[in-house]
Write a protein that binds this ligand. Structure first.
Ligand code: ZN
Length: 460
């Protein structure tokens, strides 16, 4: 079984909307109250409140504040947990100190288990019942794969005034066709190089396919810029001066956000089309590790190539390289295939000559995109060369030292061993609590991986 996230748009009527807004406000209040409680405990007693310290106060709190009684207890716990997670991330140095959230920045709430809600759908449209609020809301949308829904998150997007229901769903997975990398079939292998000039260069043993970067964002950017400027000229809300936004500002901001949404939808659509096509035709994907974060890092201070780097970053983000990579991975795995991720440092696909295996720090090239090997005279376009090297590594035909598939630490994503550790999810916490109460198992027992940690297939 694997876990997928599926999102539907909600269509609440007027009175339902009022109730949703009210629930969101109450959850936001709880969030800020928990944050304040932790802050206070630290400032007065230097004490770090734990999740259970706060969770255990919920029943009494509900009694004292009857307006909160409408909210489901599990949903409330999940909100308390959000604060805890924010602090855990802060303690680990991953995030800044959690801040109080304004209503505008508060997206919604979660039902972490099956209690308090029910969904009626077969994957296309349907309705969702929020039992704690007594609502039955119409929803529209189509899930790629539908199965057993496990959690539900209600999300509000203020920029578009839209509500969404986001489910995690347990879906059936196909058994992996390949146990080891030794029995790969040549004809079903595709090697792909994610680049910036060409978004995706693939090689499947017979032909290269180059997909150019669709510059949705670039084209629309001017328009977004122009509209944003129009928006800035209008009267924006200012809390300090207590001014409300003008109607013209509201209208303009709606236009801008609609435009931005359009760009992101176009990008997503393109990504799905491209990756579905690849995954439907091939069983094995071969690629290298991608470090988008390093690639999109800002240019060094005083660097003369600042503008170029910014442009490069924009096109990397424009295509959404890591999203493409993930999509190809999970789509191939969904049909029992395999995604091989080669170690970039060992294979060096962009520096290695596909013909003789020589590693070039600097290629002799006609232009930046065309390589000529100074050892054997082999000529190839840069992105095609990388794809070819990766393909040859996958079929064990790449010349050069240490490029056999066994040597290059290829990680097949389907059989990667996932460390099952305590990630502090609500499910794990509840299990911990239960095990503590029953005292049947030692405290440091290994807990089940939470659903969100195994998004990419768990067929091993
Ligand atoms: Zn060569």
């Amino acid at each position: 079984m694997a876990t997928r996230r599926q999102t539907f748009r909600l269509y609440p009527n007027q009175s339902q909307q009022r109730q949703l807004f009210k629930a969101r406000r109450l959850h936001q209040y709880i969030y800020n109250a928990c944050l304040a409680g932790r802050k206070h405990a630290w400032e007065t007693d230097r004490k770090n409140l734990k999740y259970f310290d706060q969770q255990n106060k919920l029943p009494q709190f509900k009694k004292d504040n009857p307006e909160f009684a409408v909210l489901g207890s599990q949903a409330l716990q999940a909100t308390v947990k959000r604060v805890d997670s924010a602090f855990q991330a802060f303690f680990k140095g991953l995030r800044k100190h959690p801040k109080f959230k304004s209503l505008r920045n508060y997206s919604g709430w979660t039902y972490p288990g099956s209690a308090g809600w029910k969904v009626y759908t077969n994957g296309k449209h349907g309705k969702v019942e929020l039992r704690d609020l007594g609502l039955s809301i119409r929803m529209r949308g189509k899930a790629k794969q539908w199965g057993d829904p496990t959690t539900l998150t209600i999300v509000y997007r203020p920029s578009s005034y839209q509500w969404y229901a986001s489910f995690t769903v347990e879906v059936a997975t196909v058994e992996a066709k390949y146990d080891s990398t030794s029995d790969l079939k040549y004809e079903s292998i595709i090697a792909y190089d994610l680049g910036t000039s060409t978004a995706l260069t693939t090689y499947d043993g017979s032909e290269y396919v180059e997909l150019t970067n669709p510059r949705f964002l670039r084209n629309k950017e001017q328009e977004v810029k122009r509209k944003s400027k129009q928006m800035r000229r209008k009267i924006a809300p200012n809390r300090k001066k207590k001014t409300k936004p003008s109607n013209r500002w509201k209208k303009a901001s709606k236009t801008v956000s609609r435009l931005q949404r359009k760009v992101s939808n176009q990008r997503q659509d393109w990504q799905h089309k491209v990756t579905s096509d690849i995954a439907s035709r091939y069983d094995i994907g071969v690629t290298e590790e991608l470090r988008v974060r390093n690639m999109t890092r800002k240019a060094k201070k005083g660097s003369k190539r600042k503008k170029q780097k910014a442009g490069l970053n924009k096109s990397i983000l424009d295509v959404g390289m890591s999203t493409l990579n993930k999509m190809i991975g999970y789509k191939i795995e969904a049909k029992g295939g395999l995604l091989l991720v080669l170690d970039t440092k060992k294979v060096k696909p962009s520096q290695r000559c596909p013909n003789c295996g020589k590693v070039h720090k600097h290629w002799a090239s006609l232009s930046g995109r065309y390589h000529i090997c100074d050892a054997c005279g082999f000529e190839i376009a840069r992105d095609k060369g990388s794809a070819l090297v990766m393909y040859q590594v996958a079929i064990n035909k790449q010349p050069g030292d240490g490029t056999a598939l066994v040597d290059v630490d290829a990680v097949s994503s389907t059989c990667k061993k996932r460390s099952r550790k305590d990630t502090g999810s609500l499910k794990q916490l509840q299990q911990k609590k239960r095990s503590k109460l029953s005292k049947s198992s030692p405290e440091d027992r290994v807990f089940e991986t939470p659903s969100y940690a195994v998004r990419r297939g768990s067929s091993c």
